[in-house]
Design a protein around this ligand. Structure first.
Ligand code: BG6
Length: 497
């Protein structure tokens, strides 16, 4: 029995029934970096024991090839000291189907392997163009059902590239699977610090009374990455920062931060509250994009002491590309709680530092009696550190020791490592386990995804009409200069990266 902090009280049992997981696109990067390590980690911790993992991909591998590759995936890092016998016991559970994604024969072979397993999980980790073939073929082989037991499908991002394509994908899924079998993954929801947003807000009495437009001045959400697009130029060209990070990961942070208190912690109650937030987003139409959004693209520069290429020189990138590698937005929620509170969002590649955080900035005291010479007061700010630091900091103003009343900001810190002394589990471990036990709280519902796409698609349409050159920023900097102007309305600056 495990407990899900969001489901405590419902006594949710987290003992997966014996299951078979099929990974479509098993030769890809996600399988190597995340899925196999996460499954191995769950195995080592004893969370899963009776299972089989089937890789399904085009490459003409055998089961042995897949096991050899998987062996490499669990060789180093935190697994380096795990005894070979345990690795062997895990690798024995792996099998492989070599097939194109549109060939019914491949699915017939898969159906043979799946036979007799109560739990059936299908993981779509291919390029999205393959999703339709996979979903329809699973349906054709009746792999969308399992009695007794379950059949579930996890769908990786990108989930569509605009509202129309997201709706289309939802329709295809709905033609084969019921909504309660569909798990749209957003790995940000598997991060411990992201889940802590709800606990911080609703598990403490102190914050919620202040969590509104009477006391909060503005909010900044930053997801900055120091790496460029690397080998993913091809994918990124079709995506850009707003599709890659804002529509999904950042909107998840934003909704958890701003939603109303849920009446209970069931998956649908929580997701309904999140959808309400998305529905309250004030639309940014094509005439407003210049006022509320800033795009940018990185040029060459120096990141952490290393010279790096500009985006246009990256592999797989069109030398005339207008794909944005940085985006900043100023958004508003039209609700009683949030009316008038700007939420600033920024994300980008090849920035000076990797940092993800949410900063809630409170209003200043009504009278500035301490703003004398030599004082440097700041708005009280509650910062939720998501990565790489994990924790919460509260910035307050304090008296500098001495005979005068000078004031400067100091911080009260909670760091996960210090408080709990253990490392937080990988997001994919948590999310896979949830899908195995049928807990969809941390997965995205259909209306959630479509509502966020509706908002983003308007911005994309506005950008498409705007021929102005894309602002450039130096790799290793904090983004384009133009982004600064977004905050001038509240007389504030972006937090230092
Ligand atoms: C992925 C994006 O969804 O999230 C990547 O496609 C991005 O471009 C990644 O780098 C960031 O994830 P994390 O967990 O490293 O913050």
């Amino acid at each position: 029995m495990f407990t899900n902090p969001l489901l405590d009280g419902l006594q949710f049992a987290k003992e997966p029934v014996p299951f078979i997981i099929t990974i479509f696109g098993a030769t890809g990067d996600l399988t190597r970096r995340k899925l196999i390590p996460a499954l191995f980690s769950l195995f080592l911790k004893g969370n899963i024991s009776q299972f089989k993992i089937v890789g399904f991909a085009r490459r003409t591998w055998t089961g042995d090839n897949f096991r050899e590759e998987a062996h490499q995936m669990i060789a180093g890092g935190s697994f380096a000291s795990v005894p070979e016998a345990q690795k062997k016991a895990f690798l024995e559970k792996l099998d492989y189907v070599s097939s194109t994604f549109d060939d019914p024969e491949g699915y017939k072979r898969l159906a043979q392997l799946v036979k007799g397993w109560e739990g059936r999980l299908f993981y779509l980790s291919t390029p999205p163009d393959e999703y339709e073939d996979i979903i329809k073929n699973l349906g054709a082989q009746n792999l969308n059902q399992s009695v007794p037991g379950y059949s579930r499908i996890i769908v990786e991002k990108p989930f569509g590239r605009d509202l129309a394509s997201a709706k289309e994908l939802n329709e295809i899924l709905a033609s084969v699977f019921d909504e309660n079998q569909i798990y749209r993954i957003d790995h940000y929801l598997g991060k411990e610090t992201v889940q802590n947003i709800l606990v911080l807000r609703f598990g403490n009495g102190i914050f919620e009374p202040l969590w509104n437009n009477r006391y909060i001045d503005h909010i900044q959400i930053t997801v900055a990455e120091s790496l460029g697009v690397g080998t993913r130029g091809n994918y990124y060209e079709k995506s850009g920062a707003i599709r890659d990070m804002v529509q999904n990961h950042i909107f998840q942070l934003m909704t958890l931060l701003t939603m109303e208190p849920p009446n209970d912690l069931s998956p649908d109650t929580i997701r309904t509250e999140k959808v309400k937030v998305l529905k309250s987003l004030r639309p940014i139409t094509f005439k407003d994009v210049k006022t509320y959004t800033v795009r940018g693209q990185y040029g060459p520069g120096i990141v952490q002491g290393q010279s790096v290429k500009g985006y246009l020189e990256e592999d797989g990138v069109n030398p005339n590309s207008r794909t944005e590698t940085f985006v900043a937005l100023k958004i508003f929620l039209d609700t009683w709680r949030w009316e008038g509170v700007p939420i600033f969002i920024r994300t980008g590649k090849s920035l000076g530092r990797r940092v993800s955080e949410v900063a809630v900035s409170f209003k200043e005291p009504p009278l500035h009696i301490f703003n004398n010479r030599g004082s440097d007061t700041k708005n009280n700010t509650l910062v939720i550190h998501i990565q790489p630091e994990e924790g919460v900091t509260f910035n307050i103003n304090a008296k500098i020791p001495g005979y005068t009343t000078q004031v400067r900001p100091v911080s009260m810190d909670f760091a996960y490592g210090n408080a709990f002394g253990e490392s937080t589990p990988e997001a994919y471990e948590r999310l896979l386990l949830d899908a195995l036990v049928g807990d969809s709280t941390l997965y995205t519902r259909r209306d959630e995804i479509e509502t966020s796409w509706a908002f983003i698609t308007r911005i994309l349409q506005g950008w498409a009409e705007d021929p102005a050159p894309l602002p450039q920023y130096r790799a290793g900097s904090s983004g384009p200069e133009e982004a600064k102007a977004l905050l001038s309305s509240v007389n504030q600056k972006w937090r230092k990266l």
